[in-house]
Design a binder for this molecule. Structure first.
Ligand code: G
Ligand code: G
Ligand code: MN
Length: 720
């Protein structure tokens, strides 16, 4: 048995860049990678003796394309269970369906989600290794059986076995000859009676047969064993039927093995649930039986932060959590917990009882269930599932929270084929997890297909932007002392100027970059770029104060974050005390222990840590003394309401007081008018950031702004 990590991976793609990316990321994970620039080259290698454990196959190639290659491989018996991943485009439903039809095990979308690739490869290898083991077993078994477990017999024209080898007697569990027809048939499984009898009767007309049937075990009446029998009729010189000879083989182990193979191929090994192939097959069978009257919904349940968790805590923890999540889903289907706000409209027990639960892939489950006409009920039920899954979970003594998005597509409204229906439900869930979803549950709507193509365009664009380097630019928004008005530094805000789509907000492209695995490259590029600029400014004696950098979850939890920061600081000669790292609460609560450790590392080096968007999370105040931070930024939404609602005013004042009591600097963001500034100043707020003072601006403008409004000019302005 090959250990998954020493596995041979074959990458077939005509694009050199894709080959290089796949090779380098997979080699880093100890896979042995072979690359081929065409399907022809790959097939040639295989026919000259190279045996891959997994194939990653590009769809569109000159010469043989992915479909044809996949089909050719599957025709070879030894590659029947070889995992083949097809690379294709997310919005192209038809080619995805075709990929499966031509025998692909899975598909991944281009551009490649680089960090997820090794994870997915390992997942597929694990299930295929299990299958391969059993197949190898089976072959060995067949050979031994052929040699040993074979008995021969002779039968007269009345069906009485009058001569046989000891092997035969052993197999049929008799000790004495002859064995009469009735005596024999008593031990044959009643479901196999007719077929065997028909075959035996036809011997007389000259027809030989071979068949499998079941016999009752001699020792255990409740056990059935499986035999394979071949028989050849015999005639005398006059052509009169005399009886038959044949042999019998005990194939019980083989049958059991075959059942196991089917089981492995159709079930997820971690949860024991059906996998998506099995679910698809079941649903297709149901549809074939009754296409007219079927109404059902597919709920695609995406566990959004599972890849993140896997990167930080490893596969074992992911397996345990997936098992626990599967249990929660089963439980909820068995005993739906009604929610107060939808008691009447909620799903009835018949629907959940008929539901089919499956594991879709490493990060998702799918449920197929009867769908009344009531969309509201389905929505309510999905919310109930969401609630069950997002309750915190303790694993290895640590508390974890899962982010879950549910996408729903309905038959027959949303698609008429199972594969497309599933893909559409998936699209909805995945889109919702990257865009600002209006909640945890979304239904498919035709515009989702457009959204998917738009997203593809953005994904490609982002790759290009990062390669070219000039579409992405850091902007700087100055921060001011509330009391003196002096510039204290700036927050760095990333901007993407897309050549066709214009300015794209980081709120849109950062989550996308996280999902497609570009976030590390982007944030490393940004941090390096900003520090170099600051070093230049300092060389001209321009000290622009502290710079605040926003970090997203995956950048923050990236293993080598601290090491990377050390390198950049020492390369550019910038002091750690000039850097502020802005984090959001949603990052911190993903994993409290690890977050505390990284924060401690940042502060040991002299960097400052700021809690961004403060007040928008659900438990902000409680977190303040759990994390060792330096600064809080009161979210803009509070500042907006400051003048209008006295309640907001009291809350903001309390936050400022509490912050000060804990020794924190308090920043107000989004200060837009004098009235807000006055109120905040009176409450003791330390620092202001907002349009009232300055918008985010380019590096050049910021330097100019700094020169015009620096400490000297400030003094000039304030002196009479
Ligand atoms: O400028 P404004 O529209 O820029 O920013 C929108 C959101 O994007 C804010 O929540 C801000 O924190 C975030 N953001 C801006 N720049 C960056 C960045 O460089 N990295 C990360 N992770 N988030 C950023
Ligand atoms: O990282 P954070 O989520 O704090 O990002 C700050 C966001 O607030 C950025 O999108 C920035 O462009 C925006 N912003 C900064 N000052 C103001 C302001 O005065 N008014 C408004 N509407 N937005 C602001
Ligand atoms: Mn910020």
């Amino acid at each position: 048995m090959t250990t998954p990590n020493a596995a041979q991976i074959l990458v077939v793609d005509d694009e050199p860049v894709m080959r290089t990316i796949a090779q380098s990321v997979l080699s880093q994970h100890q896979f042995i990678v072979t690359v081929c620039a065409s399907a022809e080259e790959a097939l040639e290698r295989i026919s000259s003796g190279y045996v891959p454990d997994l194939v990653i196959l590009d769809l569109l190639m000159p010469g043989l394309n992915g479909f044809e290659t996949c089909r050719l491989l599957r025709q070879q018996l030894r590659f029947r269970h070889l995992p083949i991943i097809m690379m294709t485009a997310l919005d192209d439903q038809e080619s995805i369906d075709n990929a499966y039809r031509s025998g692909a095990t899975d598909f991944i979308t281009k551009p490649l989600n680089v960090p997820l690739l090794p994870y997915r490869v390992r997942y597929l290898l694990r299930s295929s290794t299990a299958i391969k083991d059993v197949v190898e077993n089976e072959t060995a078994l067949l050979n031994t059986q052929r040699i040993a477990r074979l008995g021969n017999w002779s039968m007269d024209k009345n069906g009485v076995v009058f001569a046989a080898s000891t092997q035969y007697l052993e197999i049929v569990g008799e000790s004495l000859l002859p064995i009469g027809l009735l005596q024999f048939f008593q031990r044959v499984h009643h479901e196999d009676h007719d077929a065997l009898l028909t075959n035996r009767l036809q011997l007389a007309s000259g027809r030989s047969y071979q068949m499998d049937y079941r016999m009752r075990s001699q020792t255990r009446a409740d056990r059935w064993y499986h035999v394979h029998e071949r028989a050849f009729p015999e005639f005398d010189e006059q052509g009169v039927y005399q009886g038959a000879t044949g042999y019998i083989q005990d194939i019980t182990e083989r049958v059991v093995n075959e059942e196991r193979i089917r089981d492995l191929a159709w079930h997820d090994q971690v949860t024991g649930l059906n996998n998506r192939d099995r679910l698809t097959e079941l649903l297709e069978r149901e549809l074939a039986a009754d296409r007219q009257n079927k109404h059902f919904a597919l709920l695609f349940i995406q566990i959004v932060n599972l890849p993140e968790l896997s990167k930080v805590f490893g596969q074992d923890l992911v397996d345990s959590s997936v098992k626990a999540l599967a249990t929660r889903l089963r439980e909820t289907l068995r005993r739906p917990r009604l929610q107060a706000d939808c008691l009447e409209s909620c799903i009835d027990a018949n629907m959940t009882r008929a539901a089919k639960l499956a594991r879709y892939d490493e990060n998702a489950f799918v449920i197929a269930m009867p769908d009344g006409e009531n969309v509201k009920a389905m929505h309510c039920f999905a919310k109930m599932l969401h609630e069950a899954l997002t309750e915190s979970m303790v694993l290895l003594g640590q508390e974890f929270f899962f982010k879950v998005q549910i996408g729903i597509a309905r038959y027959p409204q949303d698609a008429s084929e199972i594969q497309s229906l599933m893909r559409r439900a998936m699209l909805v869930a995945r889109n919702a997890s990257t865009n600002d979803a209006k909640g945890p549950v979304s239904f498919f709507a035709p515009q989702h297909d457009q959204v998917a193509s738009h997203r593809m365009a953005l994904e490609r664009g982002l790759h290009i932007a990062l390669e070219q380097g000039n579409q992405l630019t850091p902007y700087f928004q100055p921060k001011f002392s509330a009391q003196t008005g002096e510039i204290q530094g700036a927050e760095v805000l990333l901007r993407w100027k897309h050549p066709e789509l214009g300015m794209i907000s980081p709120a849109h492209f950062i989550p996308l970059a996280e999902e497609i695995g570009l976030i590390h490259s982007i944030s490393e590029w940004l941090i390096g770029n900003v520090c170099e600029r600051v070093a230049d400014w300092q060389a001209w004696n321009q000290n622009i104060g502290r710079l605040s950098l926003n970090l997203s979850a995956s950048s923050f939890f990236q293993k080598n974050l601290l090491q990377f920061l050390d390198e950049v600081l020492s390369r550019t000669g910038i002091s750690a005390s000039q850097i502020v790292i802005e984090l959001t609460e949603s990052i911190l609560i993903q994993n409290i222990e690890t977050a505390s450790r990284v924060i401690a590392g940042l502060r040991e080096r002299g960097m400052r840590v700021s809690l961004d968007d403060f007040g928008t999370g659900f438990s902000s105040l409680g977190y303040l003394n759990r994390f060792n931070i330096d600064e809080i930024k009161i979210d803009r939404s509070f500042i907006i309401d400051l003048e209008r609602h006295s309640k907001e005013g009291a809350l903001v004042e309390a936050i400022i007081k509490l912050g000060h009591a804990l020794g924190l600097e308090v920043v107000a963001e989004g200060v837009e008018n004098e009235r807000q500034a006055e109120l905040l100043r009176a409450m003791g707020c330390d620092t202001f950031q907002g349009y009232l003072y300055a918008q985010p601006m380019t590096a050049e403008d910021f330097l100019k702004f700094h020169l015009d409004n620096g400490p000297e000019s400030f003094l000039e302005r304030t002196q009479p």
